[in-house]
Design a protein around this ligand. Structure first.
Ligand code: GN1
Ligand code: MG
Length: 359
């Protein structure tokens, strides 16, 4: 792996490369350099089956990180290197940000030291994160580059439901019989959940540049608890603002992890919803009334979509999400279904809160 790192225009001598993090899609390593005045790096092999077009992928990421960096500079923000990721081009091609070794696709970014992830979400941190995402979307509202979809139809619920249908029809592992209950629950809600795609077709709902994977694990905090930046930019693409709003709450407002088998502990924390929504609305000043009105829908859409995706992967024999044991994706799906039910119970309360905020 040191030979791979060597293809990139990094500073310093790499002494050690070891695994980092727990993403479900890419494989991540940390490369440590010997010199005190050189940064360490994050080396990643990109899951090419998931991200087929590396030029679109890295083009989006370089455009977005560059644009955010400019905005932060214009604001006179301190410590910019901790607030936006920096990718490193190849040594012999300053325009190219990935390396193909004949088998895998690699990229490198500068490691941000002394950060922490917050496993325990509080209303205080949720408020700050809400503001951060609102700001993230606001900063990208005027990006001149035309971004591509790194995964086609990534957050298109009609497409995800179709994938599930296809999985059920193929039933390659004979797992359909044991998940009939979940399939019925999904089916009951399918029409209501396709609202975003309908509004989009009717020209009532815009797409904007969104992060599209704003789960709690993808946010870096400073030692003092302030937000540094969102990481994991592979899915930054045009989407409904519901993506970032809904996916954060999916992971943050659930008191247990998305793969916890303790379904009776799954809940949708209203204190987190309220704090996050307030923070988000403060920064996301560009939102239309339809977008704001549908934030409770967004809070439901993402657990629902993740349920559909985990279940489809379980039926397909676990070809997409990494698993640690055979039933892992089924447990994840059941957890997300419990969350769907919790969000449904909370919907009137959410709607009332939004009305209150709107005045
Ligand atoms: C994947 O890469 P990671 O683990 O941050 C997935 C998300 C899911 C998430 C569920 C490209 O994110 O969409 O919400 O798992 N990313 C992709 O944990 O499919
Ligand atoms: Mg991640």
């Amino acid at each position: 792996m040191k030979n791979i790192v060597d293809k990139f225009a990094i500073k310093g001598t790499v002494t050690e490369v070891k695994p980092l993090g727990n993403g479900l899609i890419n494989t991540t390593y940390k490369a440590t350099t010997a010199e005190a005045d050189c940064p360490d790096y994050v080396l990643q092999s990109v899951n090419h089956a998931v991200f087929p077009d590396l030029d679109v992928l890295m083009g989006n990421i370089v455009a977005v990180t560059g644009h955010i960096r400019k905005k932060l500079e214009a604001r006179g923000t301190a410590d910019i290197n901790r607030k936006v990721l920096e990718f490193v081009p190849l040594k012999d091609d300053a325009e190219k940000y990935y390396y193909f070794d004949g088998e895998k696709y690699w990229r490198i970014m500068v490691f941000i030291p002394d950060t922490k992830s917050l496993s325990e979400v509080t209303p205080e941190s949720a408020a700050v994160v809400g503001e951060t995402f609102g700001d993230f979307q606001a900063m990208l509202a005027d990006i001149p580059a035309q971004l591509g979809e790194t995964i086609k139809d990534f957050h298109n619920i009609e497409f995800r439901l179709q994938q599930l249908k296809d999985a059920v029809a193929a039933n390659p592992k004979g797992r359909v019989a044991e998940v009939q209950d979940l399939l019925g629950e999904i089916d009951k809600r399918a029409d209501v959940m396709a609202k975003s795609e309908r509004l989009y077709r009717e020209g009532k709902l815009p797409k904007r540049i969104c992060h599209c994977d704003t789960k709690v694990d993808n946010i870096l905090f400073d030692q003092d608890g302030s937000v540094l930046c969102v990481i994991d930019l592979d899915t930054v693409m045009p989407s409904f603002i519901f993506s970032d709003f809904g996916d954060y709450l999916r992971s943050a407002a659930n008191p247990v992890a998305e793969d916890s088998p303790e379904y009776d502990k799954v809940d949708f924390r209203m204190d987190i919803f309220k704090a996050f929504t307030k923070g988000y609305l403060k920064a996301a000043t560009f939102l239309t009334p339809i977008e704001i009105e549908n934030l409770p829908y967004a809070a439901l859409l993402f657990p629902y979509m993740q349920l559909v995706r985990f279940l489809a992967d379980y039926i397909n024999g676990d070809t997409y999400f990494g698993i640690k044991y055979p039933e892992h994706n089924l447990v994840r799906a059941r957890n997300q279904f419990a969350l769907v039910q919790a969000v449904e119970r909370r919907t009137p309360e959410m709607e009332a809160f939004i009305q209150e905020v709107l005045g």
